[in-house]
Design a protein around this ligand. Structure first.
Ligand code: SF4
Length: 315
């Protein structure tokens, strides 16, 4: 999968002062599964090094202003941002990771100053705003928020689910293959958004006899919206209980009780989700329950990323 990333997070010395903001999680961990497409709209617009800039709210219009001489640089940065967005759009991206708080790259974390110099509300940087407009369904996150284990887990799950539907599309699926995809993603989708899971089920039911092309486009759109939702302990717990129901004739009373206790301990934030999930996986293997073993929820991304081993990865 290809992920566009703010160049400074990849260790490129493109910041205004000629340094980088290397993010080790991105390069060393995510880098094992993705290739990166770097971008830096400010370096293209103003060179390296350059005077720093800030966002200023002028009568509800956001301007890019030089910290050196107060000149208005909005047009130039906007032009270069559109050029960069067109360049990265050619790359079949599976996601974007931005540098937080930057006047160009911040995703909702950039301060827009008031004319009197006080800090105002937070907003998107110029380039991030252009990306949101151009790629409304693409997984996007900023490096600051990725320090939060729950947001990180959600984002990585979204990246891999997005990649899965893109690959499905590339392989020109049949209706049967799409139905199988939907079945395998049942618990992942339920953990994200039960209502959208039902909407997707109705789409594959095709009660309106749509052509497959129309149906798939509708499925893809709703799937991408669903995987962008954040999971919750409550929804995860429901999914775990539902999965454990598949063993009701296979497990002894003691085994059932132990699994139920693990799910309760997860809900109370005593153990991370990996604990009940590992038990479910073990029983699914032992009792050869293919339906469960095929569920993407059991392993939505490479387990080496170990994002479900932390109590903080659930909220
Ligand atoms: S935050 Fe964005 S604009 Fe600033 S140096 Fe990094 S990539 Fe370039």
């Amino acid at each position: 999968m290809k992920i566009a990333v703010s160049g400074c997070l990849l260790g490129e010395k493109v910041r205004f002062d000629g340094v980088h903001k290397h993010d080790r999680f991105v390069t060393d961990e995510l880098g094992c599964y993705a290739s990166f497409v770097p971008f830096c709209p400010e370096a293209i617009a103003f060179g390296i090094p350059r005077p720093s800039v800030k966002l200023v709210n002028r009568d509800d219009n956001i301007a890019v202003v030089s910290n050196k001489d107060g000149s208005d640089l909005t047009q130039k940065l906007l032009e270069k941002s559109y050029e960069e967005v067109h360049r990265i759009a050619d790359e079949k991206l599976g996601g974007i990771i931005f540098k937080s708080r930057s006047p160009s790259c911040g995703l909702g974390s950039t301060v827009a100053y008031l004319e009197n110099g006080f800090a105002g509300s937070k907003t998107d940087g110029v380039f991030a705003s252009v990306c949101r407009e151009k790629f409304p369904l693409l997984p996007m996150e900023e490096e600051g928020r990725l320090q939060d284990a729950w947001l990180r887990e959600n984002f990585i799950m979204q990246l891999f689910a997005y990649d899965a539907i893109e690959k499905l599309k590339e392989n020109k699926p049949t209706m049967k293959i799409l139905v199988d995809f939907h079945i395998r993603n049942k618990f992942l989708l339920q953990a994200k958004d039960e209502k959208l899971y039902r909407v997707l089920g109705n789409i594959v039911g095709n009660h309106e006899n749509l052509t497959f092309g129309t149906l798939f486009a509708n499925y893809e759109q709703n799937f991408k919206v669903a995987i962008a939702q954040k999971s919750s302990i409550k929804r995860n717990r429901n999914v775990l209980e539902h999965m454990s129901g598949f063993f009701k004739n296979e497990l002894s009373g003691v085994e059932k009780k132990a699994l139920h206790e693990q799910i309760e301990e997860y809900a109370k934030k005593i153990v991370p989700i990996i604990v009940p999930l590992s038990t479910i996986k073990l029983y699914a293997k032992k009792h050869k329950i293919a339906y469960l073993l095929g569920q993407t929820f059991l392993e939505p991304y490479p387990k080496e990323l170990a994002l479900r081993s932390s109590l903080l990865s659930s909220k």
